[in-house]
Design a protein around this ligand. Sequence first.
Ligand code: IFM
Length: 411
Amino acid sequence: MTSVTSAPEGFLWGAATAGHQIEGNNVNTGHWVNEYSPGTQIPEPSGDACDSYHRYPEDIALLAGAGLTAYRFSLEWARIEPEEGVVSRAQLAHYRRMIDTCRSHGVEPIVTLHHFTFPRWWDRDGGWYSPRATARFERYTEIASTILDDVDWVITMNEPNMMINQSEARIDTENGVNFPGPSPHVARATAAAHRASMEVLRRHGKNAGWTVANQVFQAVPGWEDQRDEWQYWREDFFLEQARDDDFIGVQSYLRTIIGPTDDDLGYGPQPWPDTAERTLTGWEYYPEALGHALRHTRRVSGDIPMIVTENGIATADDPRRIHYTTGALKALADAIADGIDVRGYLHWSLLDNYEWGSYRPTFGLIAVDRETFARSPKPSLGWLGDLARRNVFPADGEHAPEFAGARAGTA
Ligand code: IFM
């Protein structure tokens, strides 16, 4: 019998998605262009995705019916502003209907303004390298704010620390998709756009912030300085920017061990040992990452409220998903017990969706038939919903074995 511990009153229990990964036919984005370009290195295109653009009422009803109380979803900038300065009222009305549907089910909508995808015109005209990037994002925030009156929680940008790799990747047209590492220029550009967006959202009375992919960088003993260096532009810069925000979204899946390598730099991520359990994304099974992520975020971002805006596992084995999430929630409960102010837990993801190049890594609490789009809730949805209804965390989650020799340096 699993023992439990209470979650704070009003704790948000939910699941998260992103437009491009579930809506389908998001044709006006640069990502769609890349997916369908001749010779693309993207293995599988998004196509109809989960057709959630039309089926969101069913998705929200399933989430609410299970007992969850919050739904994080994103707006698609490319639909709302299909050409620069052209605003689609019909698309704004679509997203407004999604918010209303959440409200009618008693579900708290948590809205992400930007989750990785850009309109084609943005990519054509310089992307983050355009001197107009901040003004464009600020204007988009103003446009989006017109439908957000009763939305309390707004995320300006999802994982800017991952997006900066993608921005650089798109620019390298000669060599195809390639992730040469983080760009301080793009990092600063995202930070400026975030600040401008925050000002708009605060004028509209929102709780606003951004979400950061927390990678739980750990060091092989003796490689702590290199770990810190590796980590700065990949994560800590972005955590620092959140110090004055209303909250920060913590997104955690795994850890990365930094140590010696044979390349010119001489240090970097270490391969996982052959014995490590891997998920369908090839990542190490490491549920306690979430506890390290929350502690590291507090250390760098300060004592601001946090929401776990993503956490989950790509697996075809649903009991394993429950096992992973049990471990993650146990780590979350411990962090709260240690005084970290966490306001909610949003599982990634509500649906099996498009994982940026493939449908194979299934992160969902709900399976989606790729032909008919029929939804089939997995036992994990009911399990998480039951914790939500009782507002409790499992207290005896199992932990994965530690890597020999790796030290949780900053966590
Ligand atoms: O699917 C992604 C999501 O878009 C951003 N965070 C990580 C998830 C899993 O890779």
